[in-house]
Design a protein around this ligand. Structure first.
Ligand code: ARG
Length: 473
């Protein structure tokens, strides 16, 4: 049993009589992807080592050696100088081995009172916390870009749609503010999820805790966690926070996808509402006339990856008995890819939004076409004392008349309108105008230009206050 086999993993091979099969090693190894955790793994180890010394489990000399060794490894990771070894399975054992190569005996004492199970759970939480803060910042930048565009179009009128049929006129600024609402909810959801990410599993060890007199609160404070996970079994088994996070990402991508769909639709000549700066579009290798909104299409498509990751994480968790199981190693790639996809998408959209060029005339013409102010006429009759249902009926007859004659409501003469309802006066034409229609909707949440400007100011103040408060840890 003491025979040294070069292919053995020294962290656990003592109990084995033959080396691991080559295919198994490749199948079970995670170093190919979990090397992304290297810097947070080092951070976690340093906090653990400091605590071990504080409670008297390792000497000051050991701690100093660990700190010096880890500083060296951190440099090497940053400079891309580390050669990761598949023999060593994962990032945790790669780093521990490197540490021991550098500092000898002290490196072997680091793993006292911990397990890779609580170590990896700690690493993911640290990593994810950083990712959440980056996504939060990207959401803020995108919201600011949308607010700037909304400010430029507080008075620009286009048809609002329901069932993709012209419904009522709205301002483009108001339309853009709807997306600001969505992305602000996304930011709220992530901030809430961060509270549950930001708890320390370390100290749970393999699953039952440890016999050593550790100080978990101390480690939590040092790593900027809000508190410790209070049940060791749950601490190593829990990945709920990852599910929540990817669910929040799935909603971010849903919102991006809806916005993308409108960009694609509105850029088509059939709508002709907007155009995108050339640098955000691509051409066709066969059709010389094409200018395609590829970024929006791709973002719409990429939402599928993140939805898939959410399903993957739920499935990874659902059949696992407590506590840690190797299944959990499968949490990393979905998490990493969700973060990469969401960040890249938010960043490109924040850049692309100012490049949206608006065709006012096309928007206006479309709003004039579909009887968009029919509801305004009904409301006018209601103000004159007609019951809403009767007013609705009268206006429906007016629309039918227009459809038959191929004209718009404003093309009906006053006597024609009055033949439909005795309550109609010459002032009716003001409510039939697009400007009159949007300006009349000025309460909180509605589309009037003055309300859009007020909302933009409100959102800007909200974002300013949030960035002054800064990141939480
Ligand atoms: N690479 C593993 C993971 O990602 C680390 C924990 C392994 N623990 C174990 N007992 N095999 O989950």
């Amino acid at each position: 049993m003491t025979e040294h086999h070069p292919k053995k993993n020294e962290a656990w091979s003592g109990r084995f009589t033959e080396p691991i099969a080559e295919l198994v090693k490749r199948y079970t190894g995670s170093i190919g992807f979990d090397q992304r955790l290297a810097l947070v793994d080092i951070e976690g180890s340093l906090a653990h080592a400091e605590m071990l010394h504080h409670v008297g489990l390792i000497s000051a000399a050991d701690l100093a050696a660990i700190e010096a060794g880890m500083a060296q490894i951190r440099e090497d990771v940053r400079a891309g100088r580390i050669v990761w070894s598949e023999e060593l399975e994962d990032v945790h054992m790669n780093i521990e081995r490197r540490l021991t190569e550098l500092i000898g005996e002290a490196g072997k004492r680091l793993h006292t009172g911990r397990s890779r199970n609580d170590q990896v759970a700690t690493d993911i939480r640290l990593w994810l916390r950083g990712a959440i803060d980056e996504i939060g910042a990207a959401l803020t930048t995108l919201q600011r870009a949308l607010l700037d565009l909304a400010a430029a179009h507080a008075e620009t009128i286009l048809p609002g749609f329901t069932h993709l049929q012209v419904a009522q006129p709205v301002t483009y600024g108001h339309h853009l503010l709807a997306y600001v609402e969505m992305f602000s909810r996304d930011a709220e959801r992530l901030a809430d999820c961060r509270k549950r990410v930001n708890r320390l599993p370390l100290g749970a060890a393999a699953l039952a805790g440890t016999t050593f007199p550790i100080d978990r609160e101390r480690v939590a404070r040092r790593l900027g966690f809000d508190g410790v996970c209070r049940n060791s079994l749950d601490a190593v088994a829990d990945r709920d926070f990852a599910v929540e996070f990817v669910a929040a990402c799935a909603l971010v991508m849903t919102h991006i996808s809806r916005f993308s769909e409108e960009i694609v639709l509105w850029m088509s000549p059939q709508f002709g509402f907007i155009d995108l700066a050339d640098r955000y579009c691509t051409g066709s290798s066969i059709m010389p006339q094409k200018k395609n909104p590829d970024v929006a299409e791709l973002a719409r498509g990429k939402s599928g990856r993140v939805f898939g990751h959410l399903m993957a994480l739920l499935t990874i968790l659902k059949g696992q008995p407590l506590a840690y199981n190797k299944d959990n190693q499968e949490d990393k790639e979905p998490l990493f890819d969700s973060v990469d996809t969401v960040l890249a998408t938010l960043r490109i959209f924040a850049e692309m939004v100012p490049g949206i060029h608006v065709h006012h005339e096309a928007m206006r013409a479309a709003a004039l076409k579909g009887f968009a102010t029919a509801t305004d006429l009904a409301d006018y009759l209601v103000r004159a004392g007609v019951a809403f249902r009767d007013a609705h009926e009268t206006v429906a007859r007016a629309v039918l008349l227009c459809v038959e004659r191929g004209i718009d409501l404003t093309d009906l003469s006053l006597p024609e309108l009055q033949s439909l309802s005795g309550h109609i006066q010459a002032d009716v034409y003001a409510v039939l105008s697009l400007e009159g229609s949007v300006a009349a909707r000025s309460h909180i949440g509605a589309t009037a230009p003055m309300r859009v400007r007020a909302e933009i100011a409100w959102h800007r103040a909200r974002l300013d206050a949030a960035s002054e408060a800064g990141p939480k840890s």
